[in-house]
Design a protein around this ligand. Structure first.
Ligand SMILES: Cc1cc2nc3c(=O)[nH]c(=O)nc-3n(C[C@H](O)[C@H](O)[C@H](O)COP(=O)(O)O)c2cc1C
Length: 342
């Protein structure tokens, strides 16, 4: 058991925010596999305050596990106003997560997301302002810095802590390295022990061994699963089990993966409607058979041949018939390497 402020959480896996993926339906699906908490896709303070369609897309959810709303913006007052309005609309939001990490040009150009790491005091004022405005915990998600020449995470975490943050998630890359390049666990060794609030650690968590290595190296309270969970929901279960018992529970069978893939598709078809769900499943479905030997042609069909639920189900049936009895290995995925740990 660990806590984010007044929130007591079971398990050690937080489902990471991922724009374009972690919709309410995706979060509900993943939660069943053992997420102790989830974070929504990022949404701007301006959208919450002024854009009525934001309500349906980002705020209308009934979480099964504690779920944080991730907000981005640069103005302490409008961030606080947005947090209050979001809670009015959806009182089940369990915490507010302030995005100080997004490297996307359209966000950084406005001085938001990772651009804010240039001004740690402003980051602190944003957290303080949101914290004063709501009665639920407030967290922040940061990177190591904007680039290799401006590594500010230690100074920033101290300021966030003083400003009342209840936990900080650190993606162990700089904004300049976006989502590739080695995760710099060597720079955050022991960081959790130096902090007075929980550390949640993010970066290349693709296997239960990665989760153990990340937690041991950093002293984090929990790991964030992001890309590693796409097409591999059982990873959450594996991580929790490995942390509890020390043993690897094994990989699911390909037939099980195919069933989970269709389950997720049904959730997304219902949630997003046919066209957007088809687009999303073309990117997610191949990953359910990513490590399966001889599944290359099936992956191609999943990426290019899904037109509706029927065509997806037919491809998955073919996969089950041909490869269903095999273990769905995820060996091709590179997570944390020894040299990343320093
Ligand atoms: C497609 C995509 C969308 C993302 N969107 C967000 C977001 O909205 N907010 C955020 O804080 N991080 C976002 N992230 C970053 C992830 O939460 C995570 O920190 C990062 O992917 C590192 O973890 P990984 O290497 O295990 O994927 C996104 C990442 C990806 C790949």
């Amino acid at each position: 058991m660990w806590s984010i402020g007044s929130l007591h959480l079971e398990g050690r896996v937080v489902l990471a925010p991922m724009s374009g993926y972690t919709s309410a339906g995706y979060r509900g699906f993943m939660s069943r596999f053992g997420a102790s908490a989830c974070v929504t896709e990022m949404v701007s303070d301006a959208a919450v305050l002024r854009n009525p369609s934001c309500r349906e897309e980002f705020l209308d959810f009934e979480p099964t596990v504690p779920t944080g709303l991730q907000l981005y913006g640069h103005d302490p007052q409008t961030m606080a106003d947005a947090a209050v309005k979001a809670l009015d609309i959806n009182p089940s939001i369990a915490f507010i997560d302030v995005n100080l990490c997004c490297p996307a040009k359209k966000v950084v150009r406005k001085g938001e997301g990772s651009a804010l790491m240039a001004d740690p005091d402003l980051c602190g004022r944003i957290v303080e302002s949101v914290k004063d405005a709501v009665d639920i915990p407030v967290t922040a998600k940061i990177r190591l810095g904007r680039d290799d020449g401006s590594i500010v995470f230690r100074e920033l975490i101290c300021i966030l802590e003083d400003s009342g943050a209840d936990a900080v998630a650190v993606h162990v890359r700089t904004a300049a390295s976006m989502y590739s390049g080695r995760p710099r666990y060597d720079l955050v060794r022991g960081l959790g022990e130096d902090m007075g609030i929980p550390l949640v650690i993010s970066g290349n968590i693709y296997s239960p061994e990665d989760a153990v290595a990340a937690m041991e190296c950093t002293g984090a309270q929990a790991v964030m699963v992001a890309r590693g969970g796409i097409g591999n929901p059982f990873l959450l279960t594996q991580i929790n089990e490995m942390l509890e018992t020390g043993s690897h529970p094994g990989d699911p069978m390909v037939s099980q993966q195919a069933d989970w893939c269709l389950e997720l598709a049904d959730i997304l078809f219902e949630e997003l409607g046919e066209r957007p769900a088809v687009r999303r499943m073309r990117s997610i479905a191949p990953r359910f058979v990513a490590g399966c030997d001889g599944c290359r042609e099936h992956r191609r069909r999943l990426a290019q041949g899904i037109d509706d639920r029927g065509s997806l189900a037919a491809i998955l049936d073919d996969i089950k018939e041909e490869k269903g009895h095999l273990e769905a290995g995820f060996k091709g995925r590179v997570g944390i390497r020894r040299e990343d740990l320093g």
